[in-house]
Design a protein around this ligand. Structure first.
Ligand code: GDP
Ligand code: MG
Length: 334
C-alpha cells in the first residue's frame, strides 16, 4: 500500500491485488490501471459506488460552508434537482452543462427561467458546455463573485460532466492539462479529488450521486455511447394521430391514446432511431413496464437519460420503458 491517490479517479493506489481498485504495476505511476485503460484505450470498467458513501461526502461538504457548484445535465433536469440540494445548505451555483446537445433554437433564458420557477435556492444559474467551452469564462466570474473561501466543491449526479468541466477550467486557466478521468459510464470518479488551480482557488471533484432513474444504468456499454449525445440534437417531429405509437431505439415506446391531431417532437441522440406504427397492430416493447400520463398544452415528457418529447396539445399517452427508469412531465423548455 502507498499513500498516493490516483489523479484520475481519486482511489488509493496499490500494487498488490490486480482485481482490486487502485491497482497499478508501479507505485511511481500517478494513475491506476483502470484510469489508464479508460484514458488510452476507451476501455470502460463499471464500478458500483454506493449512494450512502456519496451522501456522506455531501454531509461533509455541508459542514464546510464553502461554495458549491451543482452540475446538472441540460437534457434530463426536472424537479429532481432537489435530490442533492436537500443535503446542502451551502451557497450554491446551479450549472447546467451539455448546452451543446440542445438545439441552438432553445434559448438559455428559457431554461434558466424554467428552473427559477421551481423556486430552489441558488445564488445564480448558468448554462455551459464543458465540451464546447461555452460560458466557462462567465462561470469563472460567478465563482469569483460567490466563493466564500478558496475551496469550491463540484457536486451532482454521476455522468453530468463534473470532471469534464473541471478539466476544461484547468486547461483554460492554468498551464496544466486536466488529468481527471472522464467516461460515458456512471461512477468514473471514485473519491474526492482536490485540484489546486492557483493560490486563490481549489476545485474539489466528487464521484456523484447515481441517479437510479437514469436509463443508462439499465443498458449495455455500447448502447450507453449511442444514447449520450455528442452533437447538437436534430429534433424529429411527428404529426401524430391517436391510433399511432412511436418506438424510440428499442428502449422506449409512446402510444397516443386520446386527443386531437397532435405534434410530438423527439429530442434524443441522433444515433437513436425513431419509428412510427399503428399502435393497435404493434406489439413492440409491450413487455416493458407501462405508465400512463395526461399531458396538457406545451409540455415535455422527459425520459431520464434518453431525452424528452415535446407534446404540443393535450394528450393521454401510455409509455413503455424499463420499470426503473423515471419518466416525468414538465412545462416545455422549447
Ligand atoms: N455533449 C457533451 N458531453 C459532455 C459534456 N461534458 C461532459 N460530457 C460527457 O459526459 C460524460 C460524463 O462525463 P464526466 O466528466 O465523466 O462526468 P462526471 O461523472 O459528472 O464526472 C462523458 O461521456 C463526457 O464526455 C458537454 O458539455 N457536452
Ligand atoms: Mg467524474
Amino acid at each position: 500500500m502507498s499513500d498516493k491517490f490516483c489523479i484520475g479517479c481519486g482511489v488509493k493506489l496499490q500494487d498488490e491485488n490486480v482485481s482490486q481498485l487502485g491497482y497499478t504495476t508501479n507505485l511511481e505511476n500517478d494513475i491506476c490501471s483502470r484510469c489508464f485503460r479508460m484514458k488510452n484505450y476507451g476501455e470502460y470498467q463499471i464500478v458500483t459506488n454506493s449512494n450512502d458513501d456519496y451522501i456522506n461526502i455531501l454531509k461533509e461538504v455541508n459542514k464546510k460552508k464553502d461554495l458549491v457548484l451543482y452540475i446538472v445535465d441540460c437534457l434530463n433536469f426536472g424537479e429532481d434537482i432537489a435530490s442533492i440540494r436537500k443535503y446542502l445548505s451551502n451557497k450554491m451555483l446551479l450549472v447546467l452543462n451539455k448546452r451543446d446537445v440542445l438545439p441552438k433554437s432553445v434559448k438559455d433564458e428559457k431554461i434558466i427561467s424554467y428552473i427559477k420557477n421551481l423556486n430552489y435556492d441558488f445564488e445564480d444559474i448558468i448554462v455551459v458546455s464543458a465540451l464546447k467551452n461555452y460560458n466557462i469564462d462567465l462561470l469563472m466570474q460567478k465563482i469569483d463573485k460567490y466563493k466564500t473561501s478558496k475551496n469550491v466543491y463540484v457536486v451532482g449526479n454521476t455522468n453530468v460532466g463534473k470532471s469534464s468541466l473541471i478539466n476544461k477550467i484547468i486547461k483554460n486557466y492554468s498551464e496544466q492539462e486536466g488529468a481527471l478521468t472522464i467516461s460515458p459510464l456512471p461512477s468514473t470518479t471514485l473519491n474526492k479529488i482536490s485540484i489546486k488551480l492557483n493560490e486563490k482557488l481549489t476545485l474539489i471533484d466528487t464521484p456523484g450521486l447515481v441517479n437510479r432513474g437514469n436509463l443508462i444504468n439499465y443498458i449495455g456499454n455500447d448502447l450507453v455511447k449511442k444514447v449520450n449525445p455528442r452533437k447538437e440534437i436534430k429534433p424529429k417531429t411527428y404529426q401524430i394521430r391517436n391510433n399511432q405509437c412511436l418506438v424510440i431505439g428499442d428502449l422506449f415506446r409512446i402510444d397516443y391514446i386520446e386527443g386531437e391531431k397532435n405534434s410530438f417532437t423527439i429530442f434524443c441522440s441522433n444515433d437513436i432511431k425513431v419509428k412510427r406504427y399503428n399502435r393497435h397492430k404493434c406489439e413492440l416493447l409491450k413487455n416493458l413496464s407501462k405508465k400512463s400520463f395526461d399531458v396538457s398544452y406545451h409540455q415535455d415528457l422527459v425520459i431520464d437519460g434518453l431525452g424528452f418529447i415535446k407534446i404540443v396539445s393535450k394528450a393521454k399517452v401510455d409509455v413503455y420503458v424499463d420499470i426503473n427508469v423515471s419518466v416525468f412531465i414538465r412545462d416545455s423548455i422549447i
